[in-house]
Design a protein. Structure first.
Length: 258
């Protein structure tokens, strides 16, 4: 069931007017029909009609205004709570819980899960400051979000925690996921180097796992996580495909994967 939303004062006033009109029209219409069966003098007739209109006209507007104003406040509060639940306040991408919920909704269609981690992030925080670290995460998220436009199909992105992000490419096969990972790594390597106050090169390591039918999401994420740590141990600033890391250089010579 779709929730009614009131997000502006104009909607409140419009709703108040409509409720008032209905409140007045209903009793007036009823009395006019009933009184049409009686022979009444014009003055008495219009007196009754006037009273039937005046009572709801006095009562309906303030009650409707208060009720709709409260509904507007509730709607705005719900919108703010939804924003907090769904959007990471620092980077603007989906929160971990909302991201994984979305992934589960599309998991039956298959696809690839990418675990993406900022390289040497602790060093950036310690050397340049947490404000610079925050700017680095925002820039990485921005570049990744723009990369979603070039994904092979539906793409979902979320912040898993700290400096770690997740991407799910619905229906993507291994080759498509590898191409996307290479493109994201390259984009961040090239476009995240002019962050004020950041003296370090900004790169990411990526672990990629294609979801296997019958597996749980947690199993696919675990394989992507293992591949991510392989990429870290191999020197960072690269991606590793779960179970097929040795095939990457031959198919993607422009990548640093190995």
């Amino acid at each position: 069931m779709k929730r009614m939303k009131l997000t502006s004062q104009r909607q409140v006033l419009t709703g108040t007017l409509l409720i008032t009109l209905i409140s007045v029209a209903s009793p007036v219409s009823v009395f006019m029909v009933v009184l049409s069966f009686f022979n009444m003098e014009s003055a008495a007739y219009w007196l009754i009609i006037g009273i039937s209109a005046a009572i709801p006209l006095l009562i309906a507007p303030p009650i409707a205004l208060i009720a709709l104003s409260l509904l507007r406040m509730i709607s705005e509060t719900i919108e703010k709570v939804d924003a907090v639940v769904r959007r990471d306040p620092l980077t603007g991408v989906s929160t971990r819980a909302f991201f994984l919920e979305q992934v589960r909704e599309h998991l039956a269609n298959g696809g690839a899960f990418l675990m993406i981690d900022a390289d040497h992030f602790k060093s950036i925080n310690d050397t340049d400051g947490h404000d610079v670290g925050d700017a680095v995460l925002r820039r990485i998220a921005e570049i990744m979000s723009l990369s979603m436009d070039h994904a092979p199909g539906r793409a979902l992105i979320g912040r898993l925690g700290g400096e770690e992000f997740g991407v799910f490419l619905e229906k993507a096969n291994e080759e498509q996921a590898a191409l996307f990972a290479a493109a994201v790594g390259s984009a961040i390597r090239l476009k995240a180097q002019k962050i004020p106050g950041c003296e370090s090169a900004v790169t990411v390591s990526i672990g990629v796992a294609v979801h296997a039918a019958g597996d749980r999401l947690e199993q696919t994420m675990k394989r992507a996580d293992v591949a991510l740590y392989q990429a870290k141990n191999a020197g960072r600033d690269r991606f590793i495909l779960s179970g097929s890391a040795q095939d990457v250089p031959a198919r993607l010579p422009q990548s640093k994967a190995g």
